[in-house]
Design a protein around this ligand. Structure first.
Ligand code: GDP
Length: 532
């Protein structure tokens, strides 16, 4: 029992969120490097560049082949066992990216120091804030020209609605970037751009702000500016409050340069201390499940299809929420209403897949799925049956009308589309008085539309016709008592139902949403399809 608690307490499970190019891959590499998971930083990168050097078609296959290994990376550092969840961005940005955040206990938000808060960061942040998980910020690329740090803090607060607490403060930027002032220890850490270009762990000099050496090193103007900044931060900034960090109301901010390794290890140390061990999850009945019990429980948050058409088998990724997993153990699959033996469990360390013998609450493992799981499903002890609250449906941004080219293939079409929707790659909408022979498909990232076309052809032998639709936003109608036919909406707004028969409105622009709300006083809309 003691061991179980110790193992769980040393776990930290988080996702790194960012807009493409802010430095997520570089940071991940560096974190793995500190954990000794890879000898030289660079392997994550080479995986990524190999992936994007290929054509779109090949890419789908490649992506399928490798994204299994990139779904989660586990390594040990300083007594902690760290699970980093990969949040696919770039072309493979999809609903999976959002769902992955449901398996994390905290998030690290990487912001480009020159660009500030960008579109994808905003969307991912929004999903994290639904669960009030702690969010840490790294302002990256400080070795390049950066925006004024006070301005960046304001932007984070105004755009994302979270208060910030800078843990350190930059001294100069770009060519003039000298290092950071660490507020807690009241010392300066000096940046050195010489040496190995960040491919191995960096060393740095520490000392007090008042040391003559630092005054000499920074020069009077930079030193004075730093003193002023610190004073301003202490007077006008928010106070540090761990309780607010833990509930996602205050984001500790770190200025760093992932490429040169500067600030990465201090961030990691601080992050590990400030974040908590695996957070308890709620059952559908609203009860908290004790993380530290002996009883194993988990939920499915991602399903990865096999690209080989001969094998329809899949891998279901589960987040362990309590207790200990042992290979071959028998669990109860709540939604399937039967006992199953968890066979072929896998865990992923950097690039290699490994069979797992045991795993603990906080860990993510992949289990073989002969087609029985759906996203949000619960695995629990046969002696204590319950289900976790489900995973919400997130708003797609691209929509198309999809139908089989050959109407004779209708059956396979429906089967294939249902399957792909069940895996969570696409959302399917029905128009109110039309059947399944013609449907509207919504996806978060456009690549998923190609995945659908590719898979229907390869696995189901169905060619499809995709007509893109001009909708950009979907909103779930929250008021169940409302008769959707009574709604007063613009002619370019469309009323549909999702696979769970929930009423949904598709809008072409923000204006349409405002119009609908102002002309239907009782209407309540949500940008996530909440689960009961
Ligand atoms: P991702 O798309 O968020 O995964 O971003 P990457 O890690 O691939 O980084 C995008 C580009 O920015 C790459 O060319 C990196 O080498 C570069 N980059 C990442 N971090 C830094 C940094 O701290 N300083 C500088 N100068 N470049 C960086």
């Amino acid at each position: 029992m003691e061991d179980l608690r110790k193992e769980i307490e040393r776990r930290r499970t988080f996702a790194i969120i960012s807009h493409p190019d802010a430095g997520k891959t570089t940071l991940t590499e560096k974190l793995l490097l500190y954990g000794g998971a890879i000898r030289l930083a660079g392997s994550v990168k080479s995986r990524k560049s190999a992936k994007y050097a290929v054509s779109d078609w090949m890419e789908i296959e490649k992506q399928r082949g490798i994204s299994v290994t990139s779904s989660v990376m586990q390594f040990n550092y300083d007594g902690y066992c760290i699970n980093i969840l990969d949040t696919p961005g770039h072309q493979d940005f999809s609903e999976d990216t959002y769902r992955t955040l449901m398996a994390a206990d905290s998030a690290v938000m990487v912001v480009d120091a020159a660009k500030g808060v960008e579109d994808q960061t905003r969307k991912l942040f929004h999903v994290c804030s639904l669960r009030n998980i702690p969010i840490f910020t790294i302002v990256n690329k400080m070795d390049r020209e950066a925006r004024d740090p006070f301005e960046l803090m304001d932007e984070i607060q105004n755009e994302l609605g979270i208060k910030t607490y800078p843990m350190n403060w930059p001294i100069g930027s770009g060519k003039e970037f000298k290092g950071v002032y660490e507020r807690h220890s009241q010392s300066i850490q000096v940046f050195s751009s010489e040496g190995t270009h960040g491919s191995t762990a960096v060393s740095s000099v520490k000392g007090s702000v008042d040391d003559q050496v630092f005054m000499d090193l920074l020069g009077a103007p930079l030193h004075e500016k730093l003193m002023e900044d610190i004073e301003l931060l202490d007077i006008a900034g928010d106070e540090f409050d761990l309780a607010k960090v833990r509930t996602g109301q205050l984001s500790p901010v770190f200025f760093a340069s992932a490429l040169t390794n500067f600030g990465v290890e201090p961030f990691l140390k601080s992050f590990l201390e400030l974040t908590s061990s695996p957070l308890p999850r709620m059952t559908a009945e609203g009860e908290e499940v004790d993380v530290f019990t002996e009883d194993f429980s988990a939920f499915v948050f991602k399903i990865q299809a096999n690209m080989n058409p001969q094998h329809r088998d899949r891998i279901a990724f589960i987040r362990i929420c309590s207790g200990k997993f042992k290979k071959g153990m028998e669990v109860f699959h709540y939604q399937g209403k039967n006992r199953i033996k968890l066979s072929q469990p896998q865990q992923f360390l950097a690039q290699d897949r490994e069979m797992v013998e045991e795993a603990y609450a906080g860990d993510i493992i992949g289990v073989f799925d002969p087609g029985i799981y759906a996203i949000g499903d619960t695995l629990c002890p046969p002696s204590h049956k319950f289900r976790f609250e489900g995973i919400p449906t997130f708003a797609p941004e691209h929509f198309a009308r999809v139908k089989p080219v050959d109407t004779i293939k209708r059956k396979q079409f429906v089967k294939g589309v249902t399957q792909v929707a069940q895996e969570g790659a696409i959302q399917v909408y029905k128009e109110l008085h039309i059947g399944m022979e013609e449907i509207i498909v919504g996806v978060v990232g456009t690549l998923q539309m190609d995945v659908l076309e590719f898979r229907l052809k390869n696995e189901y032998g169905v060619d499809i016709k995709i007509d893109h639709l001009p909708y950009r936003f979907v909103r779930w109608i929250e008021n169940e008592e409302l008769n959707p036919d009574d709604l007063n909406i613009t002619s370019d707004t469309r009323l549909v139902k999702d696979m769970r028969d929930r009423n949904i409105l598709l809008f072409q622009n923000d204006w349409g949403i405002s119009w609908a709300l102002s002309h239907n006083k009782t209407l309540v809309l949500s940008d996530v399809g909440k689960v009961e």
